[in-house]
Design a protein. Structure first.
Length: 185
């Protein structure tokens, strides 16, 4: 390449970089005007109220009609809290989409186990793309809820059983999620 071609290429790359910065800034801007999407939305992933997943409004369960949630996995963590007068541990899954969604599931449920097992099998780079979480009802037990995890339209199959080391699987899933988000941000 001659010096003029190099200069033209450099100028084109600089214009492209500026457009990319503008695009990122536009994506990260909050919505203006009236809307119902302030803050995060907590979604409960269990079948206690007859739904696959639901939100609460003034203590009343409201079914989430959509059958899947697609977004960027930002965090997995366990939290001790009180539910129905008992101290319990919950898995909290933070998904960034059109807003922040926080999915809550009992730490020993099939939903949590399926999600953790699937994420633990991924490489951090796979979480650069949005994932899709899909609640799946159990076929023989009305109280069971599974979680299907999709990455780039591929169902992530991860089996588990009674002998699975959940401490190890959980640590791996959390590590993959943290590594992915450290590289992105």
């Amino acid at each position: 390449m001659n010096p003029q071609e190099n200069a033209e290429l450099l100028a084109a790359l600089m214009r492209q970089e500026e457009l990319l910065k503008q695009l990122v800034a536009a994506i990260n801007k909050p919505k203006l005007g009236l809307h119902s999407e302030a803050g995060s939305s907590k979604i409960y992933c269990n079948r206690h109220n007859g739904y696959l997943w639901y939100t609460l409004s003034n203590g009343e369960a409201i079914a989430v009609a959509q059958t899947a949630l697609t977004g960027y996995l930002r965090e997995l963590k366990f939290e001790k809290c009180e539910r129905r007068g008992k101290e319990v541990y919950k898995l909290l899954v933070t998904i960034q989409a059109d807003r922040i969604y926080i999915l809550e599931s009992g730490h020993e449920t099939h939903f949590a186990k399926g999600l953790l097992a699937a994420i633990a099998t991924l490489a951090p780079e796979q979480l650069y793309s949005p994932i899709t979480l899909q609640p799946q009802p159990g076929t023989t037990d009305e109280s069971v809820l599974f979680c299907r995890v999709w990455v780039n339209s591929e169902l992530i199959m991860a089996s588990y059983n009674e002998q699975s080391d959940w401490r190890k699987i959980s640590k791996q899933a959390i590590a993959v999620t943290k590594a992915a988000n450290e590289m992105v941000f």
